[in-house]
Design a protein around this ligand. Sequence first.
Ligand SMILES: Cc1ncc(C[n+]2csc(CCOP(=O)(O)OP(=O)(O)O)c2C)c(N)n1
Ligand SMILES: CC(=O)[C@@H](O)[C@H](O)COP(=O)(O)O
Ligand SMILES: [Mg+2]
Length: 628
Amino acid sequence: MSKILDSIQTPADLRRMARSDLPALAREVREFVLNTVSQTGGHLGSNLGTVELTVALHYVFNTPHDRIVWDVGHQTYPHKVLTGRRERMHTLRQLGGIAGFPRRDESEYDTFATGHSSTSISAALGMAMAAKQKGEDRKAIAVIGDGSMTAGMAFEALNNAGVSHAGVHADILVVLNDNDMSISPPVGALNKHLARLMSGNFYAAAREGAKAVLKAAPPLFELARRFEEHAKGMVVPGTIFEEFGFNYVGPIDGHDLDALIPTLENLRNKKGPQFLHVVTKKGYGYKMAEADPVKYHAASGRFNPAEGFPKSSGGKPTFTQIFGQWLCDMAEADERLVGITPAMREGSGMVEFHKRFPRRYHDVGIAEQHAVTFAAGLACEGLKPVVAIYSTFLQRAYDQLVHDVALQNLPVVFALDRGGIVGADGPTHAGVYDIAFIRCIPNCALLAPSDENECRLALTTAYRRDQPVAVRYPRGSGTGVAVDPGLGEWEWGKGVVRREGQRTAILAFGTMLQPALAAAAKLDATVVDMRFVKPLDEALVLEMARRHDAIVTVEEGCVMGGAGSAVGECLAAAGVALPLLHLGIPDRFVEHGDPVKLLSLCGLDAEGIEASIRKRFGTRPALAAVNG
Ligand SMILES: Cc1ncc(C[n+]2csc(CCOP(=O)(O)OP(=O)(O)O)c2C)c(N)n1
Ligand SMILES: CC(=O)[C@@H](O)[C@H](O)COP(=O)(O)O
Ligand SMILES: [Mg+2]
């Protein structure tokens, strides 16, 4: 029973509460979030770890007038519970339900849509400078995790925020939520720097004590502040954040409302760039999550909080697992192989590879741009880098792909996981643009395996090339087909006819092969597993055009500029005119929800493919459809 929580509809209700009631409210919010996620699945550890911080921020700042931007946004379930969405949280990440990340179109308290990390400081700075330009008195607060702080974009923003612009300083507060965790344990020098600051936390306690005494005499307080800045240089290492022009405060306990609230009240009244370092525990308040924050980063489905996450039920291997096994096998066979992940070791299936080949494993942090150019450097020296990266996150390293890898024609393999609709994470995480944005880059090849066995073959095919090659595969498992444990490969550039039929040829890319085969059985159509988006098997395309009245292309990627466009370009270049139908992701963002349902809504299941073909070509011979 959430006695206090039930009385909170908006943060204004929260701000009317007695401060002494806030710890009880935080307990109720934490229990509500745990129970919700136990029913809906979703992110867990980061939400349990930010309950007190969320309560304190909405208590101290006049939200939504003051803007809070949540980095990544996977930690915003407490924020959503306190901002009028408690009654809808049971619809979390379901079609038509509450999103798993902040959305401006979901609430005025969601000031900026996030999902990809490290954007919060930039966005908050924009809001802060807009307030200055418009003469509005409002604060902009960026809440960013220690993991998200490892991305270059965060430092681009710090660098810009820390100096005045035409004599105007942004009134921005950056709150670093330091739980000493990314999804995996954190990596990099910044983590070491933060640890040093945390080791000096006697300093923060002493300083807070000193401030309490001096508060009565403001001039003295200002004098002491200047002394403090100077003294900091002697007592603890100066923080990198002060070097960027921020007034750094902390580290303080991010679960102690008696530390959080006075500190935030103090910072609220300060002008210019402020930086608050809070220390939290990922999964705080739920022992199993505290003990294993990697496992409890997110729940894939329902669980009983009393028992923790259920053991995985085995079942068909995922494409991710197929990749992870292939990576170890290829590393065993070739000592030049280097595996790289931008902070997604578990999600990319590289835990075993890390264990077995620690010196050839690199988690570079949330730094996709660096990951790609780092791989290019390795390839220049004759090594064989494999960059395991979600399709959506490769978007962040597009210039590095073009400028540093393709232009130099370097042999880098991109294992593009989550290629296609991802489901619960929604449009920020959909991997539906990679076909279009990769196939247009010279020297690059793009392979789209149709099942798990094909995936392993595609990875080996890619690895053995002396050029940049991407292999895209979807989130989750495939058909359960037997996977040959060898290191065989495809014939380069060749598709395979999987079904001979009449009148219509369906050219399927990737895992769209299965629904295409099911639809073809109803239509007696031919089906081709194209395997290669680039290089396209043009001879096969032209042969299909010669032997059929119409061609249909099917891909789990955007229609605009996708594989179907490649087929169209091929036919046009050959001067071949025949009815063409491109099926894929339409020109809109696909919402969060069950991926099977979402594919059906896009017409990319067997029924949808069949219906589209019948609608376009009817049951009459296709040519008649064109000539009316
Ligand atoms: C650009 C980008 N790369 C990778 C991810 C995947 N990702 C989501 S949360 C996360 C770790 C974030 O760590 P931190 O900021 O410390 O937040 P915490 O989970 O510890 O609360 C990662 C790598 C992402 N959302 N965006
Ligand atoms: C918040 C974030 O970006 C990651 O936690 C992401 O949600 C992981 O996606 P998968 O569940 O597909 O690994
Ligand atoms: Mg963290």
